[in-house]
Design a protein around this ligand. Structure first.
Ligand SMILES: Cc1cc2nc3c(=O)[nH]c(=O)nc-3n(C[C@H](O)[C@H](O)[C@H](O)COP(=O)(O)OP(=O)(O)OC[C@H]3O[C@@H](n4cnc5c(N)ncnc54)[C@H](O)[C@@H]3O)c2cc1C
Length: 430
C-alpha cells in the first residue's frame, strides 16, 4: 500500500494484516462482462459475488487493494443504517423500508458468515456492538432505538449506567445499547481476504491501475487506465470517499469527511482487563462521533474526527489521546505509535446511494461510516442485480440519476463548522 504523502501516518493495519494476494497493474486491452473501479469492500465484494455467479469481472484499483477506507477503518462490524428503523420505513415505505432494515441489521451476519465460508484470517470477533450515550439527548436516542429494535424482535439489550460501566470499563456513559450481532475484525486483512477469494473464484484484480476515463463504446463501456483498458457491458464504480472526477457529478453527491484513528501497542494485562472487558466495539451516539475497541493483540484503537485535511503532524491526533485518557485515566503515559486517517463518504440523507445514472453503469457509495458490513452486502446486491439483468429486486433503492449536493464547493467550511458546533453541543449536553 502506498503511504500517504506525509511521514506522520503509520497505519497499524499495514503492519498487522495478512499478506495481500499477488496482483499486477492492468496492461493492454482486457475484456470482461463487468468492469469494476475501486478495490475496497464495494468493488471486492461485487467482484467476488459476480465471479461466484460465473460472470467475468475485471477490477481496477488506483493504488493497492484496500488502500481507501477499507484498509483504514475502525474495524467495527455494525448492524443497521445510520437512520433508525422507524425513519427508514417512513422514508422508503413499508415494503422497501422494512427490507432495508432487515438487510442492514443482518449485514454483520453476512460478514461473519463470509469470513467463515471463505476462511478469511482477519481476527474476526463477534463480541457485539455498543452504542453509548454520554449526553441526555443521546440517552433518549438510545432508548428510542432500543424500543424500535425490540418491536422488531431484534436481539438487543438496553444497558443502564452501571451495566454500561461493567461492559466498557468507564463510568462516562448514561446508558448504552448492546447489539450482539456486531463485532470487529482487522479491516485490511478482511479486504485482502475478499480479494484473494475473488481471484480464486475467477475475477481479475489489478492494483496500481487508476481508471482515467469511463466512456461509451459500441453497445457497452470502455474503462481506460494508465496502462490499458477494459471493455465491458457493465461498469460498477465504488470509489466512495476517494471519488475523483472519473464520472461527471459523482463526487458532488457525497462529502468526504476525514476520520482519524490513533492506536497503542499491546497494552499490559491489567489495562487490557480494565478496558472494554466485554471486548465489544463501541461508538458514541452524538454530534462528534468517537469509536474504539481493543484488537486481538490488546491494542486500543481510538477513532474520531480529525482535521479535515491529510495529517501533517502527530499532534493532529492528540485530541483522541486526551479523550482516551479521560475515559480510562490508567492509560496516561502509554505510547500511541500508530496514527492515520481516511476519507469517509457522507451523504446528506445519511443513506448509502446506489445509482444507475446510465443503463449499464452503477455507482455505489456513501456508507456514512457503516461500510464494513454494508459495503460487503451492497457488493452482493449489485452482483445479483447485474447477474439477473436487473430482473431480481434487491433490498436497496436504485436511483436513476445523480443528485449533486447544493453548494458542494463550500463543503469544507460546512464540515468544519458542523464539527465545532457538534463539539460544543456535546460539551453542553444538548
Ligand atoms: C478512519 C475510518 C474509520 C472507519 N470506521 C468504520 C467502522 O469502524 N465501521 C464501519 O462500518 N465503517 C467504518 N468506516 C467506513 C468504511 O471503512 C467504508 O464505508 C468502507 O470501507 C467503504 O468501502 P468502499 O469500497 O466503498 O470504499 P473504499 O474502501 O474507500 O475504496 C475506494 C477505492 O477506490 C479507489 N479509487 C478511487 N478512484 C479510483 C480510480 N479513478 N481508479 C481506480 N480506483 C480508484 C481508491 O483508491 C480506494 O481504494 C471508516 C472509515 C474511515 C476512513
Amino acid at each position: 500500500m502506498t503511504p500517504d504523502a506525509t511521514t506522520v501516518t503509520r497505519n497499524l493495519y499495514l503492519e498487522s494484516a495478512t499478506a495481500p494476494p499477488p496482483t499486477e497493474p492492468l496492461s493492454g486491452e482486457a475484456r470482461a462482462e463487468v468492469a469494476i473501479v475501486g478495490g475496497g469492500y464495494t468493488g471486492l465484494s461485487t467482484a467476488l459475488h459476480l465471479a461466484e455467479a460465473g460472470v467475468r469481472a475485471v477490477l481496477v484499483e488506483a493504488e493497492a487493494l484496500g488502500h481507501g477506507c477499507s484498509g483504514r477503518n475502525g474495524g467495527q462490524v455494525n448492524p443497521g443504517l445510520k437512520p433508525d428503523p422507524d425513519e427508514v420505513e417512513a422514508d422508503w415505505g413499508r415494503d422497501l423500508g422494512r427490507r432495508m432494515v432487515a438487510l442492514s441489521y443482518a449485514a454483520p451476519d453476512e460478514v461473519f458468515a463470509l469470513v467463515e465460508r471463505l476462511g478469511i484470517d482477519c481476527a474476526a470477533s463477534r463480541t457485539g456492538t455498543v452504542r453509548a450515550a454520554v449526553t441526555a439527548p443521546a440517552e433518549a436516542a438510545v432508548a428510542k432505538l432500543y424500543e424500535q429494535c425490540r418491536a422488531r424482535g431484534m436481539p438487543v439489550d438496553l444497558l443502564g449506567a452501571e451495566a454500561a460501566r461493567a461492559r466498557t470499563g468507564t463510568d462516562r456513559y448514561r446508558s448504552a445499547l448492546l447489539d450482539r450481532r456486531g463485532g470487529h475484525l482487522n479491516p485490511l486483512s478482511y479486504a485482502r481476504g475478499l480479494a484473494k477469494a475473488a481471484i480464486e473464484a475467477g475475477a481479475k484484480l489489478h492494483d496500481r491501475s487508476p481508471a482515467l476515463a469511463v466512456e461509451r463504446s459500441g453497445g457497452g463501456w470502455l474503462v481506460r487506465t494508465k496502462g490499458g483498458s477494459v471493455a465491458a457491458e457493465t461498469v460498477v464504480i465504488g470509489t466512495n470517499g476517494y471519488t475523483g472526477d472519473l464520472w461527471p457529478g459523482l463526487a458532488q453527491t457525497i462529502v468526504p469527511v476525514f476520520s482519524a484513528i490513533a492506536a497503542t501497542g499491546p497494552l499490559p494485562p491489567a489495562l487490557r482487563a480494565a478496558i472494554m472487558p466485554g471486548r465489544s466495539s463501541l461508538y458514541e451516539i452524538g454530534w462528534d462521533t468517537v469509536y474504539y475497541r481493543l484488537d486481538d493483540a490488546g491494542r486500543l484503537l481510538m477513532g474520531g474526527r480529525g482535521p479535515q485535511r491529510p495529517e501533517t503532524s502527530p499532534a493532529d491526533f492528540d485530541h483522541l489521546l486526551r479523550y482516551a485518557e479521560r475515559l480510562f485515566p490508567a492509560l496516561r503515559g502509554q505510547d500511541w505509535p500508530y496514527r492515520w486517517s481516511g476519507r469517509v463518504a457522507v451523504t446528506t440523507d445519511h443513506y448509502p446511494h446506489l445509482n444507475e445514472p446510465e443503463p449499464g453503469l452503477y455507482t455505489m457509495l456513501g456508507y456514512n461510516g457503516r461500510g464494513v458490513a454494508m459495503a460487503t452486502v451492497a457488493g452482493r446486491l449489485i452482483a445479483r442485480r447485474i447477474a439477473s439483468k436487473g430482473r431480481e429486486p434487491i433490498d436497496l433503492p436504485v436511483g436513476q440519476g445523480l443528485k449533486p449536493i447544493p453548494f458542494h464547493a463550500f463543503r469544507r467550511v460546512g464540515i468544519e463548522a458542523r464539527i465545532v458546533y457538534g463539539r460544543v453541543r456535546d460539551r453542553l449536553g444538548v
